[in-house]
Write a protein that binds this ligand. Structure first.
Ligand code: HEC
Length: 154
């Protein structure tokens, strides 16, 4: 009896944490553990739908664990100096009929398919997880929908 009650209580905080990760607007970049991607005062600032912010909050801290250097998977390097030129308007290695980032078209951008776990080839990214939360993916989609500019607004 008592043990069952404790077990039920024990599950509640986990659920609350999972739900909390789904909230927030563009200023609330959280990773899959509900941990802020950036505290807000750091070098990247809060996650915003700009290339610089996505680079600082997502690509550099999360993706370059694998996507860096000469042996980067699928030839995709996501370090600050390489990522834009290898993403925007560039055909996917896995599904060459799709661009990695198709400016103005998040639904047809292979990076979005990979982040949402619905790509035709290979695994969901980041490979092995933890995966990006919905709010973070929404910010990346927003940047692509705006034409995937390299700089901020004119
Ligand atoms: C633990 C290693 C690892 C991490 C971290 C990782 N990836 Fe990958 N990625 C891979 C591997 C391996 C492949 C090729 C196999 C596959 O697709 O499953 C790949 C393939 C891709 C592709 C397909 C490229 C193409 O041209 O077809 C994209 C896009 C991608 N990753 C984006 C990302 C993004 C964005 C992140 C960060 C949010 C990320 N990956 C994090 C290992 C990783």
């Amino acid at each position: 009896m008592r043990l069952d009650r404790l077990r039920r209580l024990g599950a509640a905080p986990l659920l609350a944490a999972a739900l909390a990760g789904c909230g927030g607007g563009s200023g609330e970049g959280l990773d899959a553990n509900g941990r802020p991607l950036d505290e807000g005062g750091g070098p990247g600032g809060p996650l915003q739908p700009t290339f610089a912010s996505i680079q600082a909050n997502v690509f550099t801290p999360i993706c370059t664990a694998c996507h860096a250097g000469a042996s980067a998977p699928a030839g995709l390097r996501l370090d600050e100096g390489s990522s834009y030129a290898l993403l925007v308007g560039v055909a996917s290695a896995e599904v060459p009929g799709l661009q990695r980032v198709n400016p103005g078209n998040p639904a047809d951008s292979y990076i979005v398919h990979k982040l949402e776990g619905r790509a035709a080839v290979g695994a969901r990214m980041p490979f092995g997880g933890p995966y990006l939360d919905d709010a973070t993916i929404a910010v990346i989609r927003q940047w692509i929908a705006a034409g995937a500019p390299q700089g901020t607004a004119p």
